[in-house]
Design a binder for this molecule. Structure first.
Ligand code: SDX
Length: 427
């Protein structure tokens, strides 16, 4: 028998269907609430509100579980490449060897970015934040690819996916090169996706660039761990922009801007800046823990806490181990890793953090690896965007394929009630 929820309002009982997901999550379907009762719900930050039914990513915040299309994040981080995971997220199945080979080849075929893009990049000062440049360049892709994607045409969708994954990666590297004053590099069609990114970022024309396989593996794993995370802030932004039938590039450009915020993807940069501040201040983590607990102090422990995870973020657990492994393999000693571990230990044993279920999240350790890989701090959130790109694409396509309505929340008005206009001579 279908489960129902009853709501009593002004003496009348209303019934609403209960939706049960494939992992037994429960939701009350209030699609007809206002029509039947005249009431709406109020839920700032959508902490209790589901925006969609999705088959892409499942996470259980209480148990610290994360899976993409049913595959655990632990298994994918260990066994799958970033492009395999990208294919899985977008098309729903892990690719066969033939499909993956074709996917990689088709991505390469779109790696040339219109040369006029360089004129746009040249318009930015070297001091511009990489996320602001990347958001602008992503939106500018529409100018060079104006034809909207027919989401009912499989070939057009496939080509748009390959084009987006390809050009976004090149532009992300160009952002860094512009800021460093280096010549812009091109994709090398004989190399892999992640290796190409490192080459485009760091190869200089005067020397042969030798890519370190340890760095490629570490970066590939980090991108897998960032690839999707259900209806987070930036994905919801990509989807609400796309729900007006704005194009994929315009939607992703908006997602880049949402990810930039320090409460979201910008936290990976803020974590390193925080750890550097603690180090410069003498490494007294207790002092910063007190600041984080002080309601009168705006300081927050960056990289800690999560809207959904009220347990360990499984990605943080994997990244923390990877940080140890990568720094050891690269022979890098980074004192802020020790500070991060000490900060984690103190916080996890502190009543304030325990009472609020505040644990390290994906951003707490990722910056330490990026740093060891030679990625500049201001590029950390760009790395998050490169990882999240297949998630944004897959969620955008699912929203369009399901013909979801334009996103348009309601509100409760609390402003002035009706009043007559007063002529300026009488004000
Ligand atoms: C990401 O949604 C996703 O899935 C995001 C993400 C993804 O993959 O897309 O996982 C990526 O964005 C990870 C989060 C990165 N952000 C940070 O690390 C910034 C620091 N963290 C916080 O600002 C905060 O924890 C949020 C924004 C992540 C979550 O905030 P919520 O869910 O709105 O919780 P809240 O702000 O209401 O906090 C609840 C309580 C408050 O205290 P009380 O008012 O109850 O006394 O916990 C406190 C907060 O003050 N708190 C913190 C804290 N985080 C929450 N106190 C100190 N330091 C912190 N980091």
């Amino acid at each position: 028998m279908a489960e129902i929820a009853k709501l009593e309002l002004e003496g009348k009982v209303y019934e609403f269907p209960v939706i049960t997901g494939s992992e037994n999550e429960k939701a009350i379907d209030i699609s007809n609430l206002r029509g039947e009762t005249g009431y709406i719900t109020l839920d700032p930050g959508f902490k209790n509100t589901g925006s969609t039914q999705s088959a892409i990513t499942f996470l259980d915040g209480e148990k610290g579980i994360l899976s993409y299309r049913g595959y655990s994040i632990e298994s994918l981080a260990e066994k799958a490449s970033f492009l395999e995971v990208s294919y899985l997220l977008v098309f729903g199945e892990l690719p066969t060897k033939t499909q993956l080979t074709k996917f990689e080849k088709d991505i390469r075929s779109y790696s040339l970015v219109n040369e006029e893009m360089k004129d746009i990049i040249d318009g930015f000062p070297k001091t511009a934040h990489p996320m602001g440049i990347l958001s602008s360049l992503t939106s500018a892709l529409t100018a060079f690819n104006p034809k909207p994607v027919d989401i009912n045409n499989e070939t057009q969708v496939y080509n748009a996916v390959c084009k987006t994954l390809s050009k976004f990666l090149v532009l992300a590297s160009w952002v860094h090169r512009k800021r460093e004053g280096f010549p812009l590099n091109y994709y090398d069609n004989s190399k892999g996706y992640v290796e190409n990114f490192l080459r485009m970022m760091f190869a200089i024309p005067t020397e042969e660039y030798k890519v370190n396989p340890v760095v490629v593996d570490a970066l590939d794993k980090l991108l897998v761990l960032h690839a999707d995370h259900e209806q987070n802030c930036s994905t919801s932004t990509v989807k609400i922009v796309g729900s007006s039938h704005a194009g994929l590039f315009a939607s992703i450009s908006a997602g880049v801007s949402a990810l930039w915020g320090p409460l979201h993807g910008g936290a990976n940069q803020a974590v390193i800046e925080m750890l550097e501040e603690i180090k410069a201040d003498g490494g007294d983590v207790d002092k910063f823990i007190l600041k984080a607990k002080d309601k009168d102090d705006p300081f927050r422990l960056m990289g800690f806490g999560h809207r959904v995870y009220k347990n360990f973020d499984p990605r943080a657990t994997i990244i923390k181990k990877a940080a140890d492994d990568v720094l050891k393999e690269l022979g890098v000693k980074d004192p802020i890793l020790d500070i991060a571990k000490k900060l984690e230990q103190v916080a996890l044993n502190d009543e304030y953090f325990k009472a609020r279920n505040l644990y390290p999240n994906v951003d707490f350790y990722s910056g330490i690896i990026y740093r060891a890989l030679g990625i500049p701090t201001e590029m950390f959130t760009v790395m998050f965007a490169i990882g999240r790109l297949p998630g944004w694409i897959s969620q955008w396509l699912e929203m369009r394929a399901n013909k979801e309505p334009i996103g348009r929340p309601r509100q409760v008005y609390v402003g002035s009630t009706k009043r007559e206009f007063v002529d300026i001579s009488k004000r």
